[in-house]
Design a protein around this ligand. Structure first.
Ligand SMILES: [Zn+2]
Ligand SMILES: [Zn+2]
Length: 166
């Protein structure tokens, strides 16, 4: 229990000497007595009419087991269970959304990776073709084309009378 006396602001304990005004507000008996002794005739909390003669003693019974007293309130427990169930449901929804997003991102990433691999394969194939062509060109220039041209040009540009000297 976490209830305070509105005149002294101290916590009210079930073992305290307590009084209740006709409006229903409860105070330490000495506190409300002091308040009324100053000439006021009202409740210190709600200002409704209250005289010393109208005060009633209040007796509270303290529960031996605090958790037992909480368990006695099934409506409160049900409320707590409902609130927790709702929170769990919200978290599950968030988790599912996050998983779906991760899956989507994963699929996107996989597609990008595949695209990249395809581009890499194409690059490699073009490079291979280029190397092949280069090798072929080298072979051609080294062994045939230039010497042919050289011979032909020598033949063409050599004056006729000198041709058979070579
Ligand atoms: Zn008090
Ligand atoms: Zn009151």
């Amino acid at each position: 229990m976490n209830v305070s006396c509105s005149t002294c602001l101290e916590l009210i304990s079930p073992s305290d000497d307590l009084s209740v005004a006709p409006c229903g507000h409860a105070f330490h008996s000495p506190c409300i007595a002091k308040w009324l002794q100053t000439g006021r005739a009202n409740c210190p909390q709600c200002r409704k009419r209250c005289t010393a003669a109208q005060l009633r003693r209040l007796f509270l019974t303290e529960s031996a087991d605090v958790s037992a007293s909480q368990a006695e309130d099934p409506a409160r427990m049900q409320g707590r269970v409902d609130s927790l169930t709702f929170q769990v449901r919200c978290l599950e929804k968030e988790k599912k959304a996050a998983a779906e997003k991760a899956e989507e991102e994963g699929a996107k990433n996989a597609a990008l990776r595949e695209e990249f691999r395809e581009a890499e394969r194409q690059r490699q194939s073009i490079k291979n073709k280029f190397n092949e062509a280069k090798a072929q060109a080298r072979k051609l220039t080294a062994h045939s084309t230039f010497p042919h041209i050289f011979h032909i040009s020598k033949f063409i540009f050599t004056p006729f009378h000198c041709r058979y000297r070579f």
